[in-house]
Design a binder for this molecule. Structure first.
Ligand code: 13P
Length: 253
């Protein structure tokens, strides 16, 4: 049985330390002693230290993640953050390959693969995001795109115990238009089959595959109820504790 894993990807929100503390505290208090589902928060870089302190103060089981990192350990890379810095700031996870980085920042599968390698080597766990655009889905390219993103994103990765995959169809992100539970299940089953071909069945069966894209309290239970949907990566609804908490709890059922 895979334990469900729900993470909040706050993206470039909230915009003040005051709001960060308020949101995080509501989530932390709401999930006090909740061990049946894994929960993580991924705030913007400037607030990681603040959240780390808050989580420790509350002895919270909620975990911390970064939203990106660079491929080098240190050096003259203005504006970048290394995997070791994320670890040092209390992160267990880093989100890599998010569609906003692929499509708005132009990150390629090869570059994302370098980041995956650097993050794993440093000791972070990676949430690798993959997903097709609407044009790719309508052109029957979904499986080919997922295949490419998995194969190239994981090139040279030897084993998957520190890896989570998030299936996030681009057309469902921030649009209010979530994949149907069956669409999500089909994509997740395909990803798991493909991972099984690459890494063997035990690794594929153990792999956590989150769904992301307009997850809300009212669709979380049916999405998370699919056999191959092991959790959620939540954007907009992670910015309100009264929406995020029921989504996390949907993972308990
Ligand atoms: P929304 O939940 O806002 O659609 O965002 C999903 C996402 O991109 C999570 O990484």
């Amino acid at each position: 049985m895979r334990k469900k894993f729900v993470a909040g990807n706050w993206k470039m929100n909230p915009t003040s330390a005051h709001d960060v503390v308020r949101l995080a505290t509501e989530v932390i208090v709401g999930l006090k002693d909740e061990g049946r589902v894994t929960a993580a928060l991924c705030p913007p870089f400037p607030y990681l230290g603040l959240l780390d302190t808050l989580l420790k103060q509350h002895k919270s089981q909620v975990l911390l993640g970064g939203q990106n990192c660079y491929i080098e350990k240190d050096g003259a890379f203005t504006g970048e953050v290394s995997p070791a810095m994320l670890l040092d700031t209390g992160c267990k996870y880093v989100i890599l390959g998010h569609s906003e980085r692929r499509h708005k920042m132009g990150e390629s599968d090869a570059f994302i693969n370098q980041k995956v390698g650097a993050a794993l080597a440093a000791g972070l766990e990676v949430i690798l995001c993959i997903g097709e655009t609407l044009a790719e889905r309508e052109g029957n390219q979904t499986e080919a795109v997922l295949d490419r993103q998995v194969t190239q994103g994981l090139a040279d990765v030897k084993e998957l115990s520190k890896l989570v995959i998030a299936y996030e169809p681009v057309w469902a992100i921030g649009t209010g238009k979530n994949a149907t539970p069956q669409q999500a299940q089909d994509a997740h089953a395909f990803i798991r089959r493909r991972v099984g071909q690459l890494y063997g069945d035990p690794a594929a069966q153990a792999l956590i595959i989150q769904y992301g894209g307009s997850v809300k309290p009212d669709n979380a239970a049916t999405l998370l109820g699919q056999p191959d949907v092991d959790g959620a990566l939540v954007g907009g609804a992670a910015l309100k504790a009264d929406q995020f908490l029921p989504i996390v709890r949907a993972g308990i059922l």
